[in-house]
Design a protein. Structure first.
Length: 337
């Protein structure tokens, strides 16, 4: 299929409705199917700690939020819980935390070392770190780094107090990709202050970055953030954005995110229908979950069973080949799916 869809048309496509919207999403679904089959990668996530040195205006884990119990899980506890039984469909694991160098050093690195020989592909989402920390994480066995830009406009990035500066974030993404990481980024749709121009800039930037994956999260107004009254992004717009990302970069990994279920009924399966190809099972111990608060206290927790139901509802199947394995094989020239 020729790629006739451009970053320029992206914001226009967000407002599609009715038949046009249906056709647009179907095109994205077919595009996903042409490259990945109807296969969805299933990755587990463990939110290993919720300390954060950043103060992002939109995020409830920001350091100024005194209402959270801050935690760091123990490596032994996480490891034992993982070994006690993982959903069979799960091929990859993502370790996620606020920006917390202690959690990197004391939890992520030793845990990755322990998991290195297992069947799991290993991803991390740990924020902007020193170059030597990225190297240590990679030596410990991780291949895939998630580092979101959130917005591609430097002034907007500063206004919402996203981590560091946009320039630093971009430098980190480029450094990671150049040093062998598979990198995924993403943005928040409907972030306060986002104009059409800024959205266009963001999409253009994400297109040009050396990424294997890209996400769109609908903005959710969090009670303990700077924007509790700002309207949430609509589910329909978000799903159009998923389809747009797929058509812009057919080969990228595009996740369905749990916030899509918060944004509206059936959001998760519908994101898979609109071209997403990664689903996430939450494996954070139940006692810690309420404190891993990104937007609201009532998060949509996705269990293994629930994920399988959503994948089936979307007419898809879990991929038996892991995400990291698949990407490495594609790089070597043989696509196994
Ligand atoms: N709405 C939507 N997504 C948010 N994130 C943080 N705060 C919000 C919010 N209010 C997302 C960002 C971040 C991820 C962990 O959660 O994309 O990278």
């Amino acid at each position: 299929m020729g790629n006739v869809f451009h970053a320029e048309s992206f914001s226009h496509s967000l407002n599609l409705s009715g038949h046009e919207q249906e056709a647009f999403r179907r095109q994205a679904e077919e595009c996903r199917n042409a490259l990945f089959g109807n296969k969805v990668f299933v990755r587990g996530v463990v939110e290993i700690a919720n300390f954060c040195r950043e103060n992002c205006g939109y995020c409830a884990m920001r350091r100024d939020n005194r209402g959270l119990n801050r935690y760091r899980l123990s490596v032994d506890d996480i490891y034992e819980e993982l070994m006690a039984g993982l959903p069979e469909c799960l091929t990859d694991l993502n370790l996620q935390a606020g920006e917390d160098p202690i959690a990197v050093r004391e939890i992520a690195v030793p845990l990755l070392h322990r998991l290195k020989g297992s069947r799991l592909g290993l991803s991390v989402c740990l924020g902007t770190l020193r170059h030597e920390d990225y190297a240590t994480l990679r030596e410990a066995g991780a291949d895939y780094y998630v580092l979101k830009v959130e917005t591609g406009n430097a002034a907007h990035y500063r206004d919402v107090a996203a981590p560091g500066t946009l320039e630093e974030r971009l430098a980190a993404i480029r450094h990671l990709a150049a040093s062998g990481w598979k990198v995924s980024s993403g943005f928040i749709l409907g972030l306060p202050g986002q104009t059409n121009e800024i959205l266009k800039e963001t999409i253009g930037l994400l297109e040009a970055l050396p990424l294997v994956g890209c996400s769109v999260s609908p903005f959710i107004p969090g009670e303990d953030t700077r924007f509790p009254k700002h309207p949430a992004a609509s589910l329909e717009t978000t799903l159009n954005a998923v389809a747009g990302l797929r058509l812009l970069s057919p080969r990228r990994i595009i996740p369905a995110v749990s916030a899509m279920n918060l944004a509206g009924e059936g959001g998760y399966a519908r994101a898979l229908r609109a071209g997403a190809n990664l689903a996430t099972v939450n494996l954070t111990p139940e006692s810690a979950r309420p404190d891993y608060q990104i937007y609201r206290r009532d998060r949509a927790i996705m269990t293994g069973k629930r994920i399988l139901q959503e994948i089936e509802k979307a007419g898809c199947e879990p991929s038996s080949v892991g995400l990291c394995d698949w990407l490495c094989a594609r790089e070597r020239g043989g696509s196994p799916v």
